[in-house]
Write a protein that binds this ligand. Structure first.
Ligand SMILES: [Mg+2]
Length: 382
């Protein structure tokens, strides 16, 4: 079997899909995307694709190694996301060629389903308590929300109070047993992060996420002295080598690699295994499309330390299209009792509605994250 062509489709709301074709008619799909950089990743896929055309798609590990190591310069969001989508598509082809799901090729599933959480509120958390009640009524047992609006390096206690009041309202609304993740979104800097983390302690959170930016992870040593809430991060780390330092430092409790950013199924599997050796849990990051979610579920199936899965159904970004729109059989992602079943179809376990992908690619998108500014006019972390 030989790879004949790689085609990318820029589709709303903010995604990039990759189709890899073979001379035997088997087609694999991947989702190589960094949100806001779709065209850059598509260009990287095209560059990496030059090597792949004419090669046997089933040599997934070797292709990963070549596309990572043989380019001299490596790593970072663009390269690793391009590699991620290619890797997902190659696994999809391999599973379809053998008539088995990807997880069967990775040792077989260790669980039948995985708990999922739903986003509540938008970029600026407001009316989150009502939104939390709605998703709990739909069967979710866990939610995630943004913790704060923009915060200066040193900001007011009024903003801390507002953030805490918001979390308190959600806890009050859903009761003691619903998991609540609070995403600081890298908006909080070290001086305020320890104040906010400490103030959130009474609300028995499932985790706080990116309490500081991952590049400032040494600050977590300070922050964890002020709270026992599990600390999560990793959506902006891209490889085993990026995760090596945070795992070794021992300040994180949960890692959140994104299998569309961290080198695909091949690399994220290894990152999860590294974390297991540090007794660190995995909650894969996935505010993305259906192909990414399918790849995530293949990893959840085989990663013993995975405990919950992010998914984007109804997320505030999905205005023009949502994850089920591009599937021929959307029931594959039917959530029940707060869980989603591990897909059992061949490859990634989903069927893409290619006609619809082609139609929506004509509309495309130019999604960019907003630019926020502080009261003094300086730019704020979004
Ligand atoms: Mg996040």
């Amino acid at each position: 079997m030989k790879i004949t062509r790689l085609t990318t489709y820029t589709v709303p709301p903010r995604w990039l899909f990759l189709k890899i074709e073979t001379d035997e008619g088997i087609v694999g799909w991947g989702e190589p995307i960094v949100e806001g950089r779709a065209e850059s990743v598509a260009a990287a896929v095209a560059e990496l694709g030059d090597y792949l055309v004419g090669k046997d798609p089933r040599l997934v590990e070797d292709h990963w190694s070549v596309l990572y190591r043989a380019g001299f310069y490596r790593g970072g969001p663009i390269h690793m996301s391009a590699l991620a989508g290619i890797d997902q598509a190659l696994w999809d082809i391999k599973g379809k060629a053998l008539g088995v799901p990807v997880h069967a090729l990775l040792g077989g599933q260790v669980r039948e389903r995985i708990r999922v959480y739903s986003w509540i509120g938008g970029d600026r958390p407001a009316d989150t308590a009502h939104a939390a009640q709605e998703v709990v009524a739909r069967g979710f047992t866990a939610v995630k929300m943004n913790g704060t609006e923009e915060l200066q390096f040193v900001d007011s206690y009024a903003k801390i109070d507002a953030a805490v009041a918001n979390v308190a309202a959600v806890r009050e609304a859903v009761g003691p047993d619903i998991g609540i993740g609070v995403d600081f979104h890298g908006r909080v800097h070290k001086p305020m992060a320890k104040i906010l983390a400490k103030a959130l302690e009474p609300y028995r959170l499932m985790f706080i996420e990116e309490p500081v930016l991952s590049e400032n992870a040494e600050a977590l040593r300070d922050i964890r002295e002020h709270t026992s809430i599990p600390i999560a991060l990793g959506e902006r780390l891209y490889s085993r080598w990026d995760f090596k330092r945070v795992l070794h430092d021992g300040f994180v409790d949960i890692i959140q690699p994104d299998p569309s950013h961290s080198g695909g199924i091949t690399e994220t599997r290894k990152i999860a295994a590294m974390a297991e050796a540090y007794d660190v849990a995995v909650a894969l990051h996935c505010p993305l499309g259906p192909i990414a979610l399918a790849a995530n579920l293949q990893l959840d199936a085989v990663s013993y330390n995975a405990f919950i899965q992010e998914q984007s159904l109804g997320i505030h970004y999905n205005e023009s299209n949502d994850i089920l729109d591009y599937l021929a059989r959307p029931e594959v992602f039917a959530y029940r009792d707060g869980y989603v079943d591990i897909p059992q179809g061949p490859g990634l376990g989903i069927e893409i509605n290619e006609e619809y992908v082609i139609e929506r690619a004509k509309a495309g998108h130019r999604w960019r994250n907003p630019v926020w500014r502080h009261a003094d006019g300086s730019v704020a972390e979004w």
